[in-house]
Design a protein around this ligand. Structure first.
Ligand code: SAH
Length: 394
């Protein structure tokens, strides 16, 4: 199959020679024939040497690279990539594990599939396209996925309502491509939770905190826990299993609080140690007492773009300062940032400043990141987005 050709400006192939998977629109000198949004294109250097094949998109990232060797992008291509991704998850130990059926199967660039996210919840795969190219490939992708995970998954739900580029004008699309079961209880490290792939954020659950939740469980015994920004309550039910004295879950969304209560009930029916509140984080932290000795701060991304970085860092400073000022002596703080544009150093500095403002002695016990089923492509360091610190506050 002949793909349309895109030619780069002189010297603009350097990052591609280092296998970086993005080509910015400013690097392109000309098109042999103007490609359509979402089309597969072949990229050539200014001296007409082939360098990559990828999905074309109108916008600042013009091409997302799928391959650095000439090939056809078809169902077989997807099948090979998905089989590797599945193998990686088996090798990590999150797939084919009776104690865990929730994991990320495809993490975009981290799995050499830029623009695609697939999360597995038991027998259901939730697939999200972040590029028009992946959207157009959704049926081939789903068919290849059904073959690679035959006998494991029975349903594929496509959820790209909020993730497709707005300008592409593709409209909304949410629905089952395969199967259609409403069985929506999944298991993470032996704990159960409902997944709302229809209305929930992301693919329905934050699968990237699995390992960090397991660490929290170990710190929970006998502690009074505040799970701030609880969403579906992940950290809360781990804290309860860890033997927490009490667990308070807070989120500004009433829907999230309802989901948390439902999930706690699923695992610990009638357990009176748990209470959930729908309230703004800053307000709650201002008005709460000083009885908590384990606090989790896992806010939404404060900065989605570089321009918002300053305000975001201020947000992390303010938030953490409030926790430092109230946490009991000998308390443990789990604090996170999931903003991709906030670096590890930025985040650590914000938390450092907040600690200094409180005047407390603070030790870093753990430096956390995303789990192995959210791999970072070594050629695409931007893929490292989740940062966390576990702190002991004297
Ligand atoms: N810790 C969660 C994920 C958090 S996602 C987990 O483990 O699954 C971020 C959450 O913050 C969302 O549920 C959102 O509703 C909530 N949120 C956003 N702004 C908030 C605010 N100002 N106060 C409290 N919660 C807020």
């Amino acid at each position: 199959m002949a793909y349309k050709k895109v030619f780069l400006k002189p010297g603009k192939e350097e990052s591609l020679k280092r296998f970086h998977p993005w080509i910015f629109s400013g690097a392109i000198s000309k098109y042999e024939q103007e490609p359509e949004e979402g089309e597969v294109v072949e990229v050539y250097t200014s001296s007409k040497e082939y360098i990559a094949t990828g999905h074309f998109q109108i916008g600042s990232i013009a091409v997302r690279v799928l391959s650095f060797v000439p090939c056809e992008i078809n169902r077989d291509f997807w099948k090979e990539k998905l089989a590797i991704a599945y193998d990686v998850r088996k090798c990590i130990g999150v797939a084919c594990n009776p104690n865990n059926n929730t994991y990320r199967l495809v993490h975009g660039e981290g799995d050499n599939l830029p623009g695609l996210v697939i999360d597995i919840y038991g027998k259901t795969a939730v697939m999200q396209a972040h590029s028009s190219g992946m959207h157009y490939s959704r049926n081939d992708l789903a068919s290849a996925l059904a073959e690679v995970m035959d006998g494991v998954i029975e349903n594929i739900y496509y959820k790209s309502e909020t993730t497709l580029p707005y300008k592409a004008g593709l409209g909304q699309e949410n629905g089952f491509i395969f199967g259609g079961s409403n069985e929506n209880v999944a298991i993470e490290n032996g704990l159960k939770f409902h997944v709302d792939w229809l209305k929930g954020q992301k693919t329905g659950f934050f699968v990237d905190q699995r390992k960090n939740r397991a660490l929290l469980e170990k710190y929970s015994k006998g502690r009074s826990v505040l799970n701030m920004f609880c969403y579906t309550g992940g950290f809360s039910f781990y804290a309860m299993r860890g033997g927490a004295k009490l667990v308070h879950s807070v989120d500004s969304s009433a829907k999230a609080v309802e989901l948390t209560e439902k999930n706690v009930e699923l695992n610990f029916p009638g357990d009176e140690r748990h209470k959930a509140y729908a309230e703004d984080a800053f307000k709650y932290l201002d008005n709460m007492g000083d009885n908590y000795d384990l606090i989790i701060l896992d806010p939404p991304a404060f900065a989605k773009h570089k321009d918002a970085l300053r305000n975001a860092l201020q947000g992390y400073r303010r938030l953490n300062a409030k926790a430092f000022s109230k946490i009991k002596p000998g308390g443990i703080l789990f604090t996170f940032s999931c903003s991709q544009v906030v670096t590890k150093e930025n985040f650590r500095n914000a938390v450092f400043t907040a600690a200094a403002m409180s005047g407390r002695n603070v030790r870093i016990l753990h430096q956390l990141t995303q789990p192995a089923d959210h791999p970072v492509n070594i050629y695409h360091p931007e893929g490292e987005y989740l940062k966390g610190l576990v702190l002991y506050v004297e």
